[in-house]
Design a protein around this ligand. Structure first.
Ligand code: FAD
Length: 376
């Protein structure tokens, strides 16, 4: 039997970022259990994007704070994470969309995010080779950007190992022992852990694990596919968004991007030719010069989605069980601030950002949903 104050289940951005902030807060008795390898879940499969262009106070404020951490991590983590503020260029094709995004920009500016609506001429200056046919403007935020997911996890892992934190990979949590309504033991396929607190940072497995504990969490897993191209000379720094299409270029020169195939929730991660075809057609429509680029790899991962497209962070009906999940397609970007918030919540019983109080599990019972409209 091993013994830890705080046991984190899940080696994605939520688990590692929370462990990072627990260490920074002086908590030493922390361990992470990961059923496969660190990054094997959605984090290692994600599209690199980091943006503040959201439509609710909660997302805007959390992402404003997360970007500050991304900047700090870029300077301070032990390995390069390739955080780059190349902006997000959100193309708009109708007057209705333009007016809607003007309102979103107003709210973003109110909370300190420097986004603005730009004209076709300015779009051309930012990405000269875009096909502007049918585009009437864009929402643009120059401080949005991207980072390289596996490099971020590797760097956090090195920080944690150097700080004496154990990461038990290839070990799966199977069950829990409870006494007087609290978790006392966590049982894996290899060992037993005596614990004071547990964080479920288990992404697409969270609903199933919480069910074992008698907690119903409104989460659904949606498959999303993504591709990367052969490496090209660097020519594109922003993330370009056009409807459900998104793409950018990684620091290694590869075009990375995806689009929605509008499939129902499911548990399989098979990839499809239909996705590649849809992505290619949409990409070539907006960026004709990429027509001859070769796509090299395709994979799929889960968006773990709540009914209001906002994450669930904080406590649960079991007093020593915490969760962080349900981010739709934006959990990588939120990872730094969510880790900081969760570490503080676990050790102090409260959030240090007012907006996070609206993101707890209890909002579903209380009917206090907050709808995010800018979902890719
Ligand atoms: P995960 O990274 O899934 O980590 C959970 C971990 O828990 C997994 O490693 C899993 O193996 C482990 N686990 C589960 N059950 C157990 C168990 N019983 N025992 C031990 N370990 C267990 N977000 C962005 O911000 N920007 C993007 O551009 C973006 N693009 C995306 C593109 C795609 C194609 C996909 C699929 C997602 C994208 N996302 C993006 C979303 C983002 O990837 C996720 O929201 C985020 O990575 C979730 O992190 P997590 O740590 O909560 O979960």
């Amino acid at each position: 039997m091993k013994n830890y104050d705080i046991l984190i289940i899940g080696g994605g951005i939520t688990g590692l970022s929370t462990a990072y902030y627990l260490v920074r807060n002086g908590v030493k008795s922390v361990a992470i259990i990961e059923k496969s390898y660190v990054g094997s879940g959605s984090t290692g499969r994600c599209g690199t994007g980091i943006r503040q262009q959201f439509t609710t106070r909660e997302h805007i404020v959390l992402m404003r704070e997360s970007v500050k951490i991304w900047q700090y991590w870029e300077e301070s983590l032990p390995l390069p994470i390739h955080f780059r503020q190349g902006g997000y260029l959100w193309l708009l094709r109708s007057e209705e969309a333009l007016n809607e995004y003007k309102n979103h920009v107003r709210l973003q500016n109110l909370f300190g995010v420097p986004s603005r609506i730009i004209s076709r001429e300015e779009i051309k200056e930012i990405v000269p080779d875009l096909n502007l046919e049918g585009i009437i403007g864009a929402s643009w935020c120059p401080t949005d950007g991207s980072a390289y997911p596996q490099d971020v996890l590797d760097s956090l892992r090195v920080f944690l190992i150097n700080s004496g934190i154990k990461i038990f990979d290839y070990e799966e949590v199977l069950d829990f022992e409870l006494k007087s309504g609290r978790i006392t033991e966590v049982i894996t396929n290899k060992d037993k852990y005596s614990v004071s607190s547990v964080l479920l940072a288990t992404g697409s497995d969270t609903k199933r694990l919480a069910n074992k504990l008698g907690i119903d969490i409104p989460l659904e897993n949606y498959k999303h596919q993504i591709v990367v191209s052969e490496p090209l000379k660097i020519f594109l720094s922003p993330m370009v968004v056009d409807g459900s299409l998104y793409f950018t270029q990684t620091y290694r020169g590869r075009i990375i991007g995806g689009t929605d195939t509008n499939e129902p929730p499911q548990e399989n991660l098979d990839t499809s030719y239909e996705f590649v075809e849809k992505f290619s057609n949409e990409l070539i429509r907006v960026f004709p010069k990429l027509a001859s680029v070769r796509l090299m790899r395709q994979w799929a991962g889960f968006y773990v989605v709540t009914p209001d497209k906002h994450p669930i962070i904080g406590g649960t009906p079991i007093p020593n069980l915490y969760i962080g999940t349900g981010y739709s397609g934006h959990g990588f970007m939120l990872g730094p601030i969510v880790g900081k918030l969760l570490a503080h919540y676990i050790t102090h019983g409260m959030f240090f950002l007012e907006e996070a109080n609206n993101l707890t599990l209890s909002r579903f019972k209380e009917g206090k949903l907050i709808i995010e409209k800018a979902v890719i």
